[in-house]
Design a protein around this ligand. Structure first.
Ligand SMILES: C=C(O[C@@H]1C=C(C(=O)O)C=C[C@H]1O)C(=O)O
Length: 261
């Protein structure tokens, strides 16, 4: 996964001669996992329910927040309870489902969603069309943030989820195809995450400038806003999301969560 928020899980792995690491936006990862091009991917959690191949969750690391995320946000020109069309970032799988679940649960709304190639439109401030409402995820929310004067109504999806459910939210987690022999890899990833947790300041300073993040904000984001370990509460959030999304027809295959052994 190519965003800054994956570095606390990835740092140290991409220089490891025993591993081959590939980077893509979240929505690109499932394909590589399904087609066997990679053994393990930090997939959006909804991919677990959508994959053509049965997957297992490898709960040694994920991207989660307990409350606000900073980078998963709906930007709107109209009040959130009146939004009826949303341009949704095609980098995302999970947040597109989460947004629909939240708007339905909080405001009783079922907006129409339109695919939005946000990286092309937003990056470089080429906001040619300027949609009425748009869901954006990842680094671009900070580095190419839409102007508050144009988008005065904003919703942080992690915060709205926490207010609704009192749970953290898990956006992405390591997944593998069921039956893949991962050997020592899960233990290795678990260890690396723990090593990186002691080094977040250096990780933020190393990766912020190249991505256009202010270093202090990158540190706050990685150290205080997001979390990377996966406990029973994060898994409970995935189950709750699936329960809420299923009646809306968003996750037609509500499989029980299978964890890698
Ligand atoms: C917090 C974030 O979580 C992300 C959101 C994802 C999604 O919506 O599918 C997938 C992976 C995570 O990186 C973010 O990238 O802003």
């Amino acid at each position: 996964m190519s965003y800054l928020n994956a570095r606390p899980l990835i740092e140290g792995l991409d220089g490891d001669p025993t591993l081959q690491v590939r980077f893509d936006v979240p929505a690109g990862l499932l394909h590589d996992l399904e087609t066997g091009q990679v053994d393990l991917a930090l997939c959006p959690v909804v991919d677990y329910f959508r994959s053509a191949e049965p997957l297992v969750i490898v709960p040694v690391g994920g991207i989660a927040s307990e409350g606000r995320t900073l980078t998963v946000r709906l930007f709107s020109k109209t009040p959130i309870d009146q939004v009826d069309v949303v341009h949704a970032d095609t980098d995302s799988h999970t947040s597109v489902v989460l947004l629909q679940v939240l708007l339905h649960a909080i405001h009783g709304r079922r907006p129409t969603l339109i695919d939005y190639h946000a990286r092309e439109h937003v990056a470089g401030h080429r906001l040619a069309e300027s949609p009425e409402a748009m869901l954006l995820i990842g680094d671009k929310v900070v580095t190419d943030s839409p102007r508050a004067i144009e988008y005065p109504y904003q919703l942080d999806l992690g915060e709205a989820w926490h207010e609704l459910t009192d749970l953290p939210f898990l956006f992405a987690v390591w997944m593998a195809r069921k039956g893949t022999d991962l050997g020592e890899l899960p233990a290795h990833l678990d260890r690396q995450r723990q090593i990186n947790a002691r080094d977040i300041d250096a990780i933020a300073r190393r990766h912020a400038p190249g991505r256009g993040w202010p270093s202090d904000l990158a540190y706050d984001y990685l150290a205080n806003i997001l979390r990377y370990s996966v406990s029973e509460r994060e898994l409970a959030a995935v189950r709750r999301l699936a329960e809420m999304a299923n009646p809306l027809g968003l996750l037609p295959n509500p499989r029980p969560l299978t964890l890698a052994d």
